[in-house]
Design a protein. Structure first.
Length: 352
């Protein structure tokens, strides 16, 4: 049953949906929150989540961001997600264990952690573009930075440098290869962080398995896992999608030979974005190839920092998992770097 008993969770659900009993089972994906599928005898109905307080110290602002965005994320070709109001008349319930929220389950839906199909890559691009299109005029000032500097690379490098000075000699030794990669790659990416670009409301975690697809038609329905909805740059969302779509291996694939950069999937992703009415500036479009290098890199830096800090941030299932994740992410970073020219051409053809 995961970390909470069946009884506990059913009691909690009473506050959202009184007088009904559900079957509740943990969904073990994600590195941050605790997530449960809530089923009635007729099938899945809701997704219940406990927001991780160590990562999100301001759960109320986080929920306010999500509620604001959901008002706009409702369209003919964008599936609406609804937050169930609690007995406190809020889109969440707070108890001694933290903040809980309940969302409607979208029937006939499925997620993919990886794909080799162009149609899935295309659909992912289409729905990410749709998300941005729908939020293009969002009132930026009303959104709170719930994790300040989430994708601020210079700050992440500082945190990494701090971790180096406090970690153990053993950890430092085992991370030598990754350390060298950061040293040689950061200078290539640092200029991107100084570009002047329009700020947008971003999803900030657009990996493929945060996109819901229709099981029967394979069209993309909407983005899920909305915790990191905050201000940001479009290349964050583009790069994060690319790192999980263009590579056909699983996010935790340790055989680096299986990590790929598939040009045809990249093309399909870009073509999907291009089906939306133009919403990107020329400056933003130019950042997308390097953005595809940037996102796996910053995730690798974060994973390595957490490894050096003794796994305080991400949930891990074994001691070296963060180091392994870092090496996997850096391997894709390198492969993306080798495809910079290809990406530029493709983006010029399809988006510019
Ligand atoms: C974390 O828990 P999950 O998978 O939604 C992380 C993302 C990373 C992701 C790595 C708030 O998200 O930034 O991309 O792990 N979220 C947070 O797969 O740190
Ligand atoms: Mg997430």
């Amino acid at each position: 049953m995961g970390r909470y008993s069946d009884n506990y969770l059913n009691h909690l659900l009473e506050c959202f949906i009184p007088d009904k009993t559900f079957r509740i089972s943990p969904i073990d994906i994600g590195f941050i929150n605790d997530t449960y599928l809530v089923e009635s005898p007729t099938g899945p109905e809701y997704v219940l989540q406990r927001i991780n307080p160590a990562v999100f110290s301001n759960a109320e602002a986080l929920m306010a961001n999500i509620s604001l965005a959901l008002q706009k994320l409702d369209n003919r070709d964008y599936q609406k997600i609804t937050l169930v109001q609690s007995c406190d008349n809020k889109p969440y319930f707070k108890d001694g264990k933290g903040y809980w929220r309940l969302m409607t389950y979208i029937p006939d839906s499925i997620t993919y952690s990886t794909t080799d199909k162009e149609q899935i890559a295309f659909e992912a691009g289409r729905i990410i573009g749709r998300f941005h299109h729908l939020l293009a005029n969002a009132p930026l000032k009303e959104y709170v930075d719930t994790i300040p500097d989430f994708h601020n690379l210079p700050k992440r490098i500082h945190q990494f440098e701090d971790a180096i000075t406090t970690t153990s000699a053993n950890k430092l030794k085992s991370a030598q290869k990754a350390l060298g990669f950061i040293e040689s790659t950061y200078p290539l990416l640092e200029p991107l962080t100084r570009e002047v670009l329009p700020m947008r409301i971003c999803h900030n975690d657009t990996k493929l398995n945060n996109i819901l697809f229709s099981k029967s038609t394979q069209t993309a329905l909407c983005l899920i896992d909305l915790d990191t909805i905050m201000k940001g740059y479009f290349y964050y969302d583009f790069g994060d999608a690319a790192r999980t779509i263009v590579n056909t291996a699983q996010e935790d694939e340790k055989n680096l030979e299986k990590i790929t950069f598939e040009p045809h999937l990249f093309k399909a992703l870009v073509a999907g974005i291009a089906t939306n009415d133009p919403f990107l500036s020329q400056e933003e479009i130019k950042t997308l190839p390097l953005g595809t290098v940037f996102m796996p890199f910053i995730h690798g830096v974060r994973a390595l920092t957490d490894y050096l800090n003794h796994n305080k941030y991400y949930k891990v299932s074994y001691e070296n998992q963060n180091l392994d994740r870092c090496l996997i992410l850096f391997d894709f970073t390198e492969k993306a770097l080798d495809h910079l020219h290809f990406m530029q051409e493709c983006i010029n053809n399809k988006l510019a």
